[in-house]
Structures are given as structure tokens and as C-alpha cells.
Design a protein around this ligand. Structure first.
Ligand SMILES: CC(C)(COP(=O)(O)OP(=O)(O)OC[C@H]1O[C@@H](n2cnc3c(N)ncnc32)[C@H](O)[C@@H]1OP(=O)(O)O)[C@@H](O)C(=O)NCCC(=O)NCCS
Length: 184
């Protein structure tokens, strides 16, 4: 488990091996994580372990308070490179505990995932709220690009975060860190 960041709400870590999942408390009942139960995840600990055993090793970042997970994001390599030869990662899933939503944890998880990659990040929002969330961060539809950096014609509804926006988000985050902004 690699420490990434800390703010007044929680600490953020990148999980590195499956065995780390056993040390964590992942609430799944009564206001716990539930969104992905109907979408292929039977139990979150099992899914997290399965993902962490994959190669190339994906990015699984958690927001936690002590050992209790409050939010998480999962990102994988997409495989192909973009038209301009950059790597592509896909944000497959993100979730914050219902009671803590709209307090900036989801945004912070995305920024920390962006810091772990170079190149493009893409994602397919599964709900309208998720689409608003990603678009506010800067993700764009293919049609918004004069020439999309990657061909997603066979992957409808995916959004792309352009490299310059990724770089800006990371730079803003880092300068807020050094200036001690309360938002971070
Ligand atoms: C989608 C989800 C993960 C968002 O997490 P969240 O913690 O509620 O999101 P945040 O509080 O970080 O909201 C994003 C905020 O960051 C803000 N933000 C976006 N870009 C920003 C920037 N550059 N600088 C600062 N803040 C920014 C947004 O304005 C937004 O705040 P607002 O809506 O109050 O304006 C969460 O709603 C969730 O778990 N939903 C259920 C699961 C789900 O739908 N997952 C996605 C499936 S694809």
C-alpha cells in the first residue's frame, strides 16, 4: 500500500497487492458500497483482490479513514495507444460512500489516479450524475474534438480527458499542495 495524499477528510493510498485488501474494512451494508453490486461485483473485497492480481497491474486507489474505505477508483491500461502515440488508461469504476458524496472525495480520487499515469484517460459514465461528474472534471465527448486523439467509434458513450487538461489538473493539484490550500 503506497501513501499518496492526506487531507482533512481522509488518507489516500494506492493498493499494490491483493493481500492488502484483507487489512481493510470495506462497508457493503447499510449505507455502504452498493452501486457495483448489480454490475458484476458480488463482493467488493473479492473484486479488489481479483483486480490486483491482474497484469499489467491496474491502479486501485482508496480514500480511507484508518482501515475503513470511504471511496475508491479503479483504472486499467486500455491496450492501444492514441493516434499521437500516447498511452491510454480507462477509468473502469469509482465509488464514494453515499453519505460522503459531494464532498470532493471522488474528484480527489480521479486526480490521484491521473498522477499515476501519463497519456489519456477515458471512461464510460454509467449514470447521468456520473457523466456530469466526469464532464465537470474535464472529460469530453469524442464529437467535441476536431480530431479525436483515439478512435472510440466502436465504444459509444466513452469520454476522453485530453492530455492538456490532465496536465493542468495535476499541476493545479500540486501547486495547491505547496501553497497549503484548504481544498486539498
Ligand atoms: C460519481 C461519484 C464517484 C462522485 O464522487 P463524489 O465524491 O460525490 O464527487 P465530488 O464531491 O468529488 O464531486 C466532484 C466535485 O468536484 C468538483 N470539481 C470538478 N473539477 C474540479 C476542479 N478542477 N477543481 C476543484 N473541484 C472540481 C466538482 O465541481 C464537483 O463538485 P460540485 O458537484 O459540488 O460542483 C459518486 O457520486 C458515486 O460514488 N456515485 C455512485 C457510483 C457511480 O455512479 N460511479 C460512477 C460510475 S461510472
Amino acid at each position: 500500500m503506497r501513501f499518496l495524499h492526506e487531507d482533512n477528510c481522509c488518507s489516500y493510498y494506492r493498493l499494490e497487492v491483493a493481500s492488502e485488501v484483507d487489512k481493510l474494512d470495506i462497508p457493503e451494508e447499510d449505507g455502504g458500497f452498493d452501486f457495483f453490486h448489480g454490475l458484476g461485483i458480488i463482493g467488493y473485497p473479492k473484486a479488489f483482490k481479483m483486480w490486483l492480481r491482474r497484469f499489467p497491474r491496474p491502479i486501485l486507489i482508496i480514500a480511507s479513514e484508518k482501515s475503513r474505505i470511504l471511496g475508491w477508483v479503479y483504472v486499467e491500461e486500455w491496450g492501444n495507444t492514441s493516434r499521437d502515440g500516447r498511452t491510454i488508461h480507462v477509468l473502469r469504476a469509482i465509488e464514494v460512500l453515499p453519505e460522503l458524496r459531494k464532498s470532493g472525495i471522488g474528484f480527489k480520487l480521479v486526480i490521484l489516479a491521473l498522477k499515476e499515469i501519463t497519456g489519456y484517460m477515458i471512461t464510460k459514465p454509467l449514470t447521468e450524475d456520473a457523466e456530469v461528474f466526469f464532464k465537470k472534471i474535464g472529460f469530453m465527448e469524442s464529437a467535441e474534438f476536431r480530431k479525436p486523439p483515439l478512435d472510440l467509434s466502436k465504444h459509444p458513450k466513452y469520454l476522453i480527458l485530453p492530455i492538456y487538461k490532465r496536465d493542468m489538473l495535476v499541476k493545479d493539484f500540486e501547486s495547491a499542495q505547496t501553497s497549503g490550500s484548504s481544498r486539498t
